[in-house]
Design a binder for this molecule. Structure first.
Ligand SMILES: Cc1cc2nc3c(=O)[nH]c(=O)nc-3n(C[C@H](O)[C@H](O)[C@H](O)COP(=O)(O)OP(=O)(O)OC[C@H]3O[C@@H](n4cnc5c(N)ncnc54)[C@H](O)[C@@H]3O)c2cc1C
Ligand SMILES: *[C@@H]1O[C@H](CO)[C@@H](O)[C@H](O)[C@H]1NC(C)=O
Ligand SMILES: *[C@@H]1O[C@H](CO)[C@@H](O)[C@H](O)[C@H]1NC(C)=O
Ligand SMILES: *[C@@H]1O[C@H](CO)[C@@H](O)[C@H](O)[C@H]1NC(C)=O
Ligand SMILES: *[C@@H]1O[C@H](CO)[C@@H](O)[C@H](O)[C@H]1NC(C)=O
Ligand SMILES: *[C@@H]1O[C@H](CO)[C@@H](O)[C@H](O)[C@H]1NC(C)=O
Length: 591
């Protein structure tokens, strides 16, 4: 109304109008150029279409003020100021930096951060806490922003935002991932860590299961679930580390558990998922609804098919446990005897896992450890007898060793005895599933010990032994790598991360890929790999990580995520994308 009265300014208006038209035309041209890239690459800051402050503020309001712009936690160690749009202030604080260095390798340090990843090697070394203060600190491959989600609506808002603006999306829970799947350059992260709801369903009932179940939010950590279950006289299938998330990458990737030899993989326990899909819809995936998605999420890999909001799993009556620990140190003169003992130990694994045990062992230049063997419903004397062949062997060889065992009234008291030396950010990773026949047959056993010796005379290797062969009616009942069903242990190789000589790290990972893992691959042709404990460089990941399930999983991914907004290194469908040196994520298929 008012502007009609401003007749005196009409001429000026026309002029401004004409200028506006030109500006508009230029903007459209830019936008079109943006769209041209859109089919191929996700945007990065500085691109003409990258959202402006106004867009981020709007997203922030939609997620109730829970949008966080990334500040690398190591920025306290450097003079350099962060990105321009965050002002010029440096975060440098030597005292805070020293404190950070002291706790850098603890999971908790990264767990509470919205952006830090526990596998430092995927940060692009952009803000290194162990370098001098004058070294630069940039975002590198950390995400640009994080939505600290506390509701389903926040997850949906983030999905709509990345689709509208063509931005890379990363789903982050605890940040434990060993393959760098919970970080990504220039991305918006959805952080599920604070989705902590947990409830007991006393009488869950569907066509396949009747009994206790626990429904937990996507952010519930293993120990939180163990404590909750225990308070109801129950236990759930979870992993070793107390703060790995249960409903995130762990169960979605398969999930090797302390209870696996009793009940199966974590993926085998799932009764239902609630999921925000790429369309932004909240759906249930269960034995009766969205059954293809239900199948895929049970082991087909995290960060691929949708954002899990909650998971409902079987819960089992708590029970007494036995556990055994063993230490055999290499003093330089007993190396042959140690590897001979390892051969005997490996041969005893079938009897241990068939009795229900989960057996964690470590071999390294310093020696051989079992930390621990843990089993429910088996008495200490019975567990001791299963270690008798190994102990007899050591006695016969005149080896000095320590063996101890104990019996506990319930899961938690046994679990709490496991030494919590769970350092992270310290190793490059590779893995291989070792089939049962390899330890049973004498010749293969010897060859396996030879391969283990090749590896562990140079660096550290761990094995986690279990038996999930009969946990499902058929290996393809769930999407988890079918190779798990014939596995006796999951072997993991670690090479130290070098924080002071970055160039060493490529060489260390290459050593895993091209020297250490091949020693195990040679013994396991057409073998399998646990996708959560794997070499991110694996050229054959489609077949080794997913077994024969890859094409079926890809079809399900394409159905639920046709625009491929969920991307993670080595995830199903990820080979259609590449991350360029500047961090830009681009599609490699032209359409
Ligand atoms: C110290 C340590 C101990 C471990 N012990 C075991 C063990 O005993 N047994 C075992 O099987 N594994 C073990 N792992 C491996 C572990 O299972 C993986 O690191 C797993 O990916 C962690 O899942 P997360 O959700 O906690 O971590 P994140 O790094 O946050 O996420 C891992 C992956 O899952 C995706 N994701 C996370 N949340 C969701 C969600 N809500 N919806 C969809 N996708 C999601 C992410 O995008 C990412 O791709 C261990 C790892 C560490 C570091
Ligand atoms: C989002 O809003 C909250 C609350 O207003 C604010 O503290 C926070 O800094 C905002 N985040 C961003 C990235 O601007
Ligand atoms: C584990 O990490 C802590 C804290 O960063 C460190 O002090 C300790 O030496 C590490 N332990 C091992 C075995 O590497
Ligand atoms: C990663 O590091 C390389 C080498 O320092 C650099 O050229 C590249 O720009 C970095 N990428 C990002 C996204 O920071
Ligand atoms: C994320 O949200 C939770 C729950 O509201 C809150 O406790 C936590 O402090 C937030 N974290 C960050 C880094 O803002
Ligand atoms: C890192 O590399 C440097 C130089 O090659 C070497 O001196 C140092 O021992 C290495 N550190 C680790 C932890 O491997």
């Amino acid at each position: 109304m008012a502007f009609r009265l401003l007749t005196a300014r009409v001429t000026a208006r026309r002029f401004i109008g004409a200028v506006s038209l030109i500006v508009l035309a230029v903007a459209v041209a830019f936008r079109n150029r943006g769209h041209e890239t859109k089919a191929h690459c996700r945007l990065v800051p500085g691109d003409p279409d990258w959202p402006g402050q106004h867009d981020w503020d709007k997203l922030n309001r939609t997620v109730d003020g829970n949008l966080i712009a990334t500040t690398p936690i190591s920025s306290v160690c450097h003079y350099s100021s962060l990105l321009g749009d965050k002002g010029n202030a440096s975060n440098y604080d030597q005292e805070a930096c020293d404190a950070l260095r002291d706790v850098w390798f603890f999971p908790q340090t990264h767990l509470s951060s919205p952006s830090s990843a526990m596998s430092y090697q995927f940060s692009n070394n952009s803000c290194n806490p162990f370098l001098a203060p004058d070294a630069s600190c940039t975002l590198g491959h950390y995400v640009a922003y994080t939505v600290n989600a506390t509701s389903t609506a926040h997850l949906q808002a983030a999905v709509q935002f990345v689709k509208r603006h063509n931005i890379r999306l990363v789903i982050r829970n605890t940040g434990h991932d060993y393959l760098g799947k919970s970080t990504g350059a220039h991305a918006l992260a959805i952080w599920t860590h604070h989705l902590k709801s947990i409830e007991l369903i006393e009488k869950y009932q569907d066509s396949g299961y009747q009994g206790s179940a626990i429904k937990m939010g996507a952010g519930v950590e293993a120990l939180e679930a163990y404590n909750f279950a225990s308070s109801h006289g129950l236990m759930v299938v979870g992993g070793n580390c107390p703060n790995v998330g249960l409903a995130g990458g762990f169960t979605q990737g398969g999930g090797i558990s302390i209870l696996s030899s009793k009940f199966g993989l974590a993926a085998d326990q799932v009764l239902a998922w609630e999921v925000v899909t790429a369309s932004g819809d909240l759906v249930t995936a269960s034995a009766t609804e969205n059954t293809d998605l239900f199948w895929a999420l049970r082991g087909g890999g995290g960060g691929t098919y949708g954002i899990v909001v909650s998971m409902t799993v079987k819960a089992f009556p708590d029970s007494f446990f036995s556990a055994a620990y063993m230490t055999l140190l290499n003093d330089g003169s007993n190396t042959d005897a140690i590897y001979s003992t390892i051969g005997t130990f490996l041969k005893s694994l079938p009897s241990l896992v068939d009795a229900g045990a989960w057996v964690v062992w470590v071999a390294a230049p310093f020696g051989f450890l079992v930390i621990p063997a843990m089993v429910s419903g088996l008495h200490q004397v019975e567990l001791d007898s299963l270690f008798k062949p190994t102990r007899d062997k050591m006695d016969q060889l005149g080896l000095q060793y320590q063996y101890s065992s104990a019996e506990y009234p319930d899961f938690l008291s046994s679990y709490n005895q496991i030494p919590s030396t769970w350092n992270v950010s310290d190793y490059h990773m590779g893995g291989r599933l070792i089939p049962r026949d390899l330890v049973e047959d004498d010749d293969s056993n010897e060859a396996l010990v030879g391969a283990i010796r090749h590896i562990t005379s140079q660096t550290l290797m761990s094995g986690v032994a279990f038996n999930v062969a009969n946990a499902v009616a058929s290996p393809d009942e769930v999407a988890a790598n079918p190779y798990f069903r014939k596995t006796i242990f999951s072997a993991v190789i670690g090479m130290p991360i070098n924080y002071t000589d970055w160039g060493e790290n490529k060489a260390a990972q290459d050593k895993i890929t091209y020297d250490l893992l091949p020693a195990l691959q040679a013994l396991t042709p057409q073998g399998g790999v646990y996708l959560n404990e794997a070499d991110f460089q694996a050229p054959d990941f489609k077949s080794t990580f997913y077994g024969g399930n890859y094409e079926r999983l890809l079809a399900i991914k394409t159905k639920y995520d046709p625009e491929s907004i969920f991307y993670a290194k080595t995830a199903v469908g990820s080979d259609h994308w590449e991350q360029r040196p500047d961090g830009r994520l681009c599609s490699t298929t032209s359409n």
